[in-house]
Design a protein around this ligand. Sequence first.
Ligand SMILES: [Zn+2]
Length: 462
Amino acid sequence: MSDLVSIFLHLLLFKMVAPVTFHHHRYDDLVRMLYKVHNECPHITRVYSIGRSVKGRHLYVLEFSDYPGIHEPLEPEVKYVGNMHGNEVLGRELLLQLSEFLCEEFRNRNQRIVRLVEDTRIHIMPSMNPDGYEVAAAAQERDISGYLVGRNNANGVDLNRNFPDLNTYIYYNEKNGGPNHHLPLPDNWKSQVEPETQAVIQWIRSFNFVLSANLHGGAVVANYPYDKSLEHRVRGFRRTANTPTPDDKLFQKLAKVYSYAHGWMHQGWNCGDYFPDGITNGASWYSLSKGMQDFNYLHTNCFEITLELSCDKFPLQGELQREWLGNREALIQFLEQVHQGIKGMVRDENYNNLADAVISVSGINHDVTSGAHGDYFRLLLPGTYTVTATAPGFDPETVSVTVGPAEPKLVNFQLKRSTPQAATKRRIPNSGHRGRVLPKKVQPRAARKKETMMKQPQRGPA
Ligand SMILES: [Zn+2]
């Protein structure tokens, strides 16, 4: 083979296999990278900041959508959060790689990625703790090793122990009755949390997120809620025990989708630990209070899991490409999981959209609510369910639904105003919310689009 042909083939291969460079990105590099992706794909991306860290660094998010900046009714919102612990850096790099990958594959008209971006609004935050990262990266450069250097934020606080503790309330309510979702924040919550945590709480309250993953390192396992153990005293001893949510089977499936699409997570033996199927209930591994995944589930409609992605919290640069190839398919498949279960519009008799209507599934003691546009999303495994929509001032409506394994089933509700006598007799279970009638009809453009476009999800090459 002539040298020229060899160089040409090498360049071709390089372009196909490694269009991006695999190296660690300090803060300025990270910001440049986000804007680079945005400039390459301006029509399907938006860069925004949800606030600043203690040291004033922005907490940037890169959004992917066919209409960036806009919530399209019936199009679910999903998020990835990386680098919450500043010294656990693989998630940060994987999310940058993922951003570049989504942009390039969309431009290459990869049908799987085109459909994902058109049907889903994806929010990617590569670093929730940019201050901690800089400390960890500086220590790495000076070859100072330390398992915890850079883990916390600049005030020395572990951000995954910094969210309001709502588990105590839910464990009480599960025993004694009371709301099973959207537990309220304490009045003084802002004074109890760090700036990064406050920004994230405001962020997850302002979007109706349905699905999320929080990327960590130090082990290789997909960890699902609850993280905080419902502590039992056994003959005077305290032990932590598997503490499942009412959505345990669904969470196990979400975790397994990641672990089995991952190159080696599902094998179970990693970093000297063994987790069957590469998944674990958080509390049964070790109990953790005030974590982010429990908070997402108990305060919002969002189902979040925590992904532990590498034994080494700060992998060598030379490891990054292998890690990306091991995680790429899993990162895409997990996003696709948001398209399952049921979804639909909740409206009144005059076709006004109802926000904050409560959607209950019989047998699952965890309700979800409709978002500001009157649309709701309820992740469910395949099966037949009895589903009820309620809103104060309206008669509840109950339907039986059979959910298949592929695309979500569209189930719309049209609630009738209740007559005054009926309203006094009826007790609306677990609501605690006011159904809000929206003045204007929001055209469910996504709904029409879905009906024509949604097909069986492809599992082609990514
Ligand atoms: Zn961590």
